[in-house]
Design a protein around this ligand. Structure first.
Ligand SMILES: [Fe+2]
Length: 249
């Protein structure tokens, strides 16, 4: 059994196309998407059109939820850019996403924490940056989820964590389309993975054993950066080109 796990595409259709090409080689049995599909100053409508056709089981990210629930006038610029360009058919598709998905007894999918799409599971914010939380913090966050494997996104930082107390594995595949960003929740901080590659993960079960592969793909990140610059988002342009965010604003 081979499962591809993708997350946080954020409207970066060029990065998504690189992942799709790689998936042809990997030929997984199943592909799942952990959300934040289209928000960002890039290609939201084109990304949604591709995703709508895939039939992938898709979790609703915090940004997807904003697009579904919030009036455009109350959105930040990242979501508003997508909302203003998303066709009704693609918005209807976005509404079919689910807050969490249990694809088998063994595998649970969420965007942030199982109970909250806007709180990190695999990072803890202290000061202007994140770091890996201690095991007790993660155990508390996944309380009530007995799946052997929990897949989450939201942080854009790839991680694989094994909880010693339960043997559960937490997989965060990182972000397909946005390698670093600044955010104000819960306090102003930045996340940066340090290179501009498109990330996703493959998990493979052989017998009773799972193995995990974190992938980092080269794509035309200069073109993605140019598109963000054209759409007046210099922070995104810098992030897409380098994988570092730069100074907090
Ligand atoms: Fe995201």
């Amino acid at each position: 059994m081979k499962i591809a796990v993708i997350s946080d595409i954020h409207g970066n259709v060029l990065a998504l196309e690189a992942v799709l090409a790689d998936l042809k080689t990997e030929a997984p049995d199943l592909i799942v998407n952990l959300g934040d599909c289209v928000s960002g100053p890039l290609w939201p409508e084109e990304t949604a059109t591709i995703l709508r056709d895939t039939g992938w089981q898709t979790v609703r990210g915090n940004h997807d939820r904003v697009l579904i629930e919030t009036p455009v006038g109350k959105m930040g610029p990242t979501d508003a850019f997508a909302a203003e360009r998303l066709s009704s058919v693609n918005l209807a598709w976005l509404k079919t996403t689910e807050p969490t998905i249990r694809i088998t007894d063994e595998i649970f999918l969420c965007h942030g924490r199982p109970d909250n799409d806007d709180i990190y599971l695999t990072e803890k914010i202290e000061g202007p940056k994140g770091h890996m939380p201690d095991e007790d913090t993660i155990l508390e966050a996944v309380q009530g989820i007995d799946s052997e494997i929990i897949c989450c996104g939201h942080t854009h930082i790839p991680r694989l964590i094994r909880l010693e107390a339960t043997g559960q594995m937490i997989l965060n595949p990182g972000s397909v389309g946005l390698p670093s960003y600044q955010d104000d929740h819960p306090s102003r901080h930045k996340m940066e993975v340090g290179s501009p590659h498109a990330r996703y993960a493959i998990m493979t079960k052989t017998g009773t054993t799972w193995n995990f592969l974190q992938k980092s793909l080269t794509y035309d990140w200069d073109a993605a950066s140019d598109e963000a610059k054209k759409n007046n988002r210099p922070g995104w342009a810098r992030s897409l080109k380098h994988g570092f965010y730069g100074p907090l604003s």
